[in-house]
Design a protein. Structure first.
Length: 58
């Protein structure tokens, strides 16, 4: 996906911006879904929901 975003632009600044957005999404925002599930679920249900949330993230 990041490569497709970069194809429409030319230059180093656009490469840095696309890399920043991609890095924030994959490194910070997406992994936080599993943490949110852990905090909101009960102990008995936690294992299955956590595995599903972790498996759903790319």
């Amino acid at each position: 996906m990041a490569l497709f975003l970069y194809l429409s632009y030319d230059g180093m600044v656009s490469l840095y911006m696309v890399s920043l957005v991609f890095g924030l999404a994959q490194g910070g925002i997406v992994p936080s879904y599993a943490l949110l599930v852990l905090r909101r679920s009960r102990t008995a249900e936690r294992r299955g929901e956590h595995q599903a949330a972790t498996a759903a993230t790319p």
